[in-house]
Structure formats: C-alpha cells, structure tokens
Write a protein that binds this ligand. Structure first.
Ligand SMILES: [Zn+2]
Ligand SMILES: [Zn+2]
Length: 327
C-alpha cells in the first residue's frame, strides 16, 4: 500500500486523498491538528487498502491514534462515512454527525433496511426498465462492505459552535446532496470545509430518493444561498482540490440548476415523458449502473422541482408517472 497523497495547508489542516471508485477516484479526508490532539473529517470508504493507507498516514505524520479527538462526518454517503466505525475501533474517538445524517445512515445502512426495494419501486413507477432495476439490489449491497463496522454516533447540533482540535467551527446544515449534510465554517480563518455541498468543477449530485427529502433540489438551492453568504477565503471540498472563489462557485451551481430545469422543461414540453426517458435524453446513455442511479435521481429531483414551481405536472398512465410542462 502506497502512502496516500498528503498536502499540508495553513492552520494545521491536512488534506489526505483516500482512494475510491471511478469516476471520483478519491475523497478528501481532512486531518485538523491541534496542540495535543488531532481530528479527522470524513475518513473515506472502508476497504483493506484504505485501512492500511490510514495506518501509513498517521505513522508518517507521527500522530498517535490514541490522541485522536474526534471523527467528524459531513454526511452519510459511504465515501465519507465508511471508515468511521473502523477508525473509532482503532482510537476510541467519538464519531460526530448531524441527527438528520444519522437518520439517513440508518435508512441506507441500518439493519433490516428496505432501501434497495423502495428504490426499485420508485424507479419502476418512473419508467426504468426491469432489466435495469433487477440489478439494483446486488449493486446497492456492494456498498455495505464500505460502511462496516458501523460507528457509535454522537450528534452535532447545527449552528452551535463545535470545537475541533482547539478551535471553534460553526456547523451549517444544508440538504439536497444528502439530507442533514454539514459544512464547517471557521470565522477567524475564513475557511469552509464543505463536504459535497459545494464542489469545484463537479456539480454535486442532487438525489430524489424514497423516504428522504421530497424536495431536494429546492433544499439544495436554498443551501447554496445560505453557504454563499459566508466570507470564505479557502474552501475544502469532499472531492477535487481546495479552492478559492467559494461564493462564485455557489452562484455558478445555482445557474447550472436553472439551466438544467429549463432543459428538462423543454423536453417535456415537446412531449410528455416519464422520468427515465427524460434522464436518457439529458444524460449520456453510456452510464455505469452507479452513474445511472445518480442521473435518474437527479432527473427526478429536477422534474419534481418543475412541479413545485408550477411549471409542470404529472399523471399516471399504466402505473407509470408521466411529466408534462405547462409552458
Ligand atoms: Zn456525497
Ligand atoms: Zn462524496
């Protein structure tokens, strides 16, 4: 196992690139080093390689795992939450996330959860063919190994200052990419650790999924406006590189979604379509199952936002939802 790429930033912040699957390739874990302690934000997906990688990281940085103060999670997705339980077992450190994130984790990874079957039903009534939905249980099951063992979780309250390695940060809860997602703002340093709420270059996936936020795109856009109010010199995202121009990036993402809403409205203005057909017409048809799942939920998030804005409505035909535009 090679040592992952490690980059030191100001104020004791260290970026560690932890490997994950294509197309993202790595997730950014952040170590925040204090005087006598250190903390980890988003340790990455669990695998034997990543466990070995972490052991190399703290060995190389001469950090004592017994001194690990806290493991903090921006959200419950496996590429961020996955290693939390393992790291907790190594260190005995508390694992923190928002109450809403914990609820989402239980929905996705909790014992006896029905997430895969709920998703099949949901995609089926939105037009996805059976030969694709049939593959979903196995596909979703493949992520379970990335999140075991599951951590004992302590709760972070949004907006209440939270101490990380000796300094106070403000947890800011937004939704849309993942319900209950937390970003962390350090006012003295004008730093934002933004998880997957705002990414450079990539538009974070907005997912409509069963039993979660029913209006994820509206929630996401509201969240961008909230985050864009903060004075940020450097943003530390969950993927790609730390970046400047945080506020401008939030504006760009707001624009991107308005354009995508217009593009989808145009598709269903020309002819009424089900969600899967809209998805196929907007996104590249050569998607892996993983990418297709993201594209499908992203499409449905936009179509429901068109309805919420009274730009479209839907009706059922032979058990499938059909969307049609008003304009
Ligand atoms: Zn995510
Ligand atoms: Zn991520």
């Amino acid at each position: 196992m090679e040592l992952p790429e490690i980059t030191m930033f100001e104020h004791g912040i260290i970026q560690v690139k932890i490997a994950m699957s294509y197309p993202l390739r790595w997730v950014n874990s952040y170590i925040i080093v204090g005087d006598h302690t250190w903390s980890v934000i988003d340790p990455g997906p669990r695998s034997e390689e990543n466990e070995a990688a972490w052991q190399k990281v703290w060995g190389t940085l001469e950090l004592d795992v017994a001194q690990l103060e806290s493991i903090i999670l921006t959200h419950h997705h496996p590429d961020h939450y996955g290693l939390a339980g393992w790291l907790q077992a190594q260190s005995d450190a508390p694992v923190y996330m928002s109450a809403r994130s914990l609820a989402e984790a239980r929905l996705s990874w909790g014992e006896g959860n029905t997430a895969a079957y709920d998703l099949i039903d949901f995609y089926t009534v939105n037009g996805m063919p059976n030969e694709i939905t049939d593959q979903l249980p196995e596909h979703l099951q493949s992520f379970v190994a990335q999140v075991l063992p599951q951590p004992q979780v302590s709760i972070i309250t949004p907006e209440q200052p939270f101490k990380i390695s000796g300094h106070w940060w403000i947890p800011i809860q937004t939704s849309g990419h993942a319900a209950g997602h937390l970003s962390f703002y350090q006012a003295d340093w004008k730093l934002m650790i933004c998880g997957d709420a705002v990414l450079p270059q990539i538009s974070p996936n907005i997912s409509l999924i069963p039993n979660s936020d029913p209006e994820p795109l509206q929630s996401y856009l509201d969240g961008l406006r909230i985050l864009g109010e903060y004075e940020v010199e450097w943003a530390y995202p969950g993927h790609r590189r730390p970046f400047t121009g945080f506020r401008e990036r939030t504006v760009k993402l707001l624009d991107h979604h308005e354009q995508r809403l217009d593009a989808m409205a145009e598709r269903i203005r020309i002819q009424p379509l089900n969600g899967y057909d809209v998805c196929m017409s907007i996104f590249n048809s050569k998607l892996t199952l993983h990418q297709l799942r993201f594209a499908m939920s992203e499409t449905l998030a936009h179509l429901e936002e068109l309805i919420r804005r009274d730009r479209a409505h839907k009706y059922q035909q032979d058990g499938i939802w059909i969307y049609t535009a008003h304009e």
